[in-house]
Ligand binder design. Sequence first.
Ligand code: PHE
Length: 444
Amino acid sequence: MLKLVQTRARSLALPRSTNTFAYCRALATSSNSASHVSVLGHDYPRDSHTNITSAIIHKLNKRLHLQPSHPLGILRTLIESHFPKFSAFSDMSPVVTPARNFDDLSFPADHPGRALTDSYYINKEYMLRTHTSAHEVETFKKGHREWLLTADVYRRDEIDASHYPAFHQVEGARIFHDTPNSMKEIEEDSTRLSAYLASSNIVIEDIPHISATNPVQPSHDSVKAELIAKNLKLSLNSLMLHLFGGHANVNEGEPLRVRWIEAYFPFTSPSFEVEVMFHGKWLEILGCGVVLQSTLDRANVPDSIGWAFGLGLERIAMILFGIPDIRLFWSKDPRFLEQFAPGTINTFKPFSKHPPCYKDISFWLPSATFHENDFCDLVRDAAGDSVEDVKLIDSFTHPKTNRTSHCYRVNYRSMDRSLTNEEANAYHDRVISELKQNFGVEIR
Ligand code: PHE
């Protein structure tokens, strides 16, 4: 069947799908009509922005990345061990202000990432961070100049094996004093890294550090910006070698292949994405760039220049450990958890899959403001992790009335037990009744 659901990149690089400005107040205010919402032990007044769901609130504070034998914890430790001189943070609250998440990083006022359809808001003043870059300004402000920060991040999204509204990122940054001595220090570090990479089994497809489409910042000296970008590339190429060397190829002895691509982020320039060839396919691994000077000015370190990167842990862990479904990271099933040990990358042995249970639902879209993410959050609230994926299988616009109807196919399949048809029906009935109640939709 045709998959109409568009798979969207998870980076905050570019404005996302055009249909993202829909409002989702109905869902927001539905699941709980109380005047306050309780998040991590704090009561916040609800307002027209509130769209955090109870399914998401239950994901907070799980600290998966701090468990030493969990694939996310193993990966965090591996990355931290690659940057031994960097300070490592992993305990920042996910509740941030939109100012921290967006304004501090110079996101334009109309950036789609700010939309209620894309991010979880507690109310107008607080939200769940959508990326670890939200902590850049405060971390630099505290005086840290070389640091890593690992955290859970939240984005409203579709439902399938590789998308989940909660995931983890590692942010890394390094800034240098803008002095001749520091510039010499960077050059020495880069020379050391170049020699190491030259003697390693890695093939790198590079692009210019600076170009007309990936420009140096107006306030930067282009020679210094080049030095920073070069140091960034060398540091991340060697991280890629540390993470993927010996794991990326089916045939032993083949080189690791890494390629650099021009990118755009509101808070870096020049900006890049890194891809790694894994089992014959290019996979996007991280975003990075030269930190915008305005970020450093806000952090009270205006006399510095440096780089930052952000990578998604689940994506890398799925590849490295061969984990087929992103829901598994949240599983408490010992058949999952007992397969991993600190410091070890081993291939996950899937336990038998339980049978899928497909249920379709067709309805006339309630209004132009209904967004697919509203439907996905509603399904997650009703069925939790017992939903494996949601696909839009048909879309029809009536030629006379101009009304549009959608048909979604929901696959109810738990990872740790077999669902009975009655249980799947009960979940589905809940989806239908919530849809009617919250959006007043007409089921076909
Ligand atoms: N925060 C970006 C994202 O989530 C990644 C990034 C981090 C890009 C740091 C540049 C610098 O997509």
